[in-house]
Design a binder for this molecule. Structure first.
Ligand code: GLY
Ligand code: MN
Ligand code: MN
Length: 440
């Protein structure tokens, strides 16, 4: 027997706000598909962020149909209670449990979706659904919409129009409520503390994988259900691969290690990167480069305030990093031309920020009506400048080759500026040097 951890008024209130954005329509949000890992074993399951955002329901093979202003308004399709399957795979709420515990007006079995859903959509003027996200479910939606069309054959109204649900829910998720800010703050704090534990734990000769294992332990000990994304634990020149996935190499004493990892707490995630010397002391070259990226990162955080166009953070980052590249002899020539031609991308190929929330690269539009988005209180995002010099770059000064540095914090825009949610993850050179390896 399980009980929902969350107060259902949270989800009812979200659906009510969604209702005023889709008046006359209906939203269909399916569960995330389950994926086979090997033979009859599945990858560990995480609910689709939008379905969770609107219901708090975590079981696979479920669908929300939400029809604001109609009765029943909130309908769920779910798996049946099944003693045998529950013996093997665990508790299921079933129809009665969903109606009782999740504040749902009416529940049906998932197998009845194609039969029941056309009736539910007969009187709506539009369906909000994200196509091409789950092709198998698209086919089921296709059958439902054809069912509606056939039922309304003589009306001459044709197929119900479909609008993408993503921007509608994404705009809601972009500005965090007090509850969401609290939850994200907790996820970021857990992630920050786990990063500091890793700094203490690291020592030369350890494998990258050991650090990942320790990170997972530290976040779970603090209440995380899982990592918010695949951790990147990149020693030495592995750090020049932006989304390094192998995490299986030994860490060398004179190298830096880049750790990009975040813990998820109640479906919100942190996304922190720290880069520091495996052996506990920066070399003069590492320190010089690191300090330049750090100073820029701190300047960027100081810029954040309501009204700032989001793209100005990336512009400032490019300006600042091109200065570093010229200074360090990585690039030569005229700054303006380097920026116009994009030559800096050889050493800084990504963006400095992305929205943060339930998804590490969270929902919400970065532009509105063709204009860069202006920051508002409640928006959360990353600040993550980086500099990456490939090991085999014969044009780069030899002492810089193979160095990859990224420093990433998570911020929440406030009325006056921003709150750094990941400030507990130390990043000053002297603080790092005083901390690294102290658990050994
Ligand atoms: N962890 C992926 C990113 O920083 O965007
Ligand atoms: Mn990251
Ligand atoms: Mn990030």
């Amino acid at each position: 027997m399980r009980r929902p951890k969350f107060d259902m008024t949270l989800f009812r209130e979200r659906r009510s706000r969604l209702g005023s954005r889709i008046t006359g329509g209906a939203l269909i949000a399916p569960a995330a598909p389950e994926y086979i890992r090997n033979n009859d074993v599945h990858h560990s399951y995480r609910q689709d962020s939008n379905l969770f955002y609107l219901t708090g329901f975590e079981e696979p093979e479920s669908v929300l149909v939400f029809r604001p202003g109609k009765q029943p308004e909130t309908i769920m399709f779910v798996r049946s209670k099944d003693a045998l399957r529950e013996t093997w795979d665990g508790f299921r709420y079933g129809i009665d449990g969903v109606e009782k515990d999740f504040g749902v007006d009416k529940a049906y079995l998932i197998d009845e979706f194609e039969k029941v859903a056309p009736d539910l959509l007969m009187d709506v003027d539009r369906v909000y659904y994200t196509l091409f996200h789950d092709i198998e479910f698209d086919e089921r939606i296709g059958r439902v919409l054809l069912g509606v069309k056939n039922m309304r054959r003589r009306s001459g109204r044709g197929l119900l129009p479909i609008s993408d649900a993503l921007p509608v829910i994404g705009e809601m998720r972009l500005v965090k409520s007090d509850y969401e800010a609290r939850t994200l703050r907790q996820a970021c704090q857990i992630s920050a503390e786990a990063h500091v534990e890793l700094m203490k734990f690291v020592r030369p000769g350890m494998n990258e994988r050991e650090l990942q294992g320790r990170f997972v332990y530290e976040i779970m000990k603090r209440g995380s259900a899982r990592e918010g994304y695949g951790s990147i634990i990149a020693g030495g020149s592995n750090a020049t691969t932006l989304h390094y996935v192998f995490n299986d190499q030994p860490l060398h004493p004179n190298d830096l290690v880049l750790v990009d990892a975040g813990g998820e707490f109640d479906f919100y995630t942190g996304d922190i990167t720290r880069t520091y010397p495996v052996g506990g002391k920066f070399s003069p070259t590492q320190k010089r480069l690191y300090s330049k990226v750090l100073n820029l990162q701190k300047d960027l955080i100081k810029m954040i305030r309501p009204g700032l166009p989001f793209n100005q953070l990336q512009e400032k980052t490019i300006e600042g990093l091109v200065d570093v590249m010229l200074d360090e002899g990585l690039l030569k020539g005229n700054k303006k031309e380097i920026i116009e031609k994009g030559d800096f991308r050889a050493y800084y190929p990504h963006g400095v920020s992305h929205w943060l929330g339930m998804d590490v690269h969270d929902a919400g539009m970065t532009e509105l009506n063709g204009e860069p988005r202006r920051l508002e209180p409640g928006m959360a995002f990353t600040i993550e400048p980086g500099l990456y010099i490939p090991a085999g770059d014969q044009k780069a000064p030899a002492e810089l080759r193979g160095i990859g540095i990224r420093i990433e914090d998570n911020v929440l825009v406030t009325a006056e500026g921003c709150e750094n949610l990941t400030a507990a993850a130390i990043k000053e050179v002297d603080e790092l040097e005083a901390t690294i390896g102290t658990a050994n």
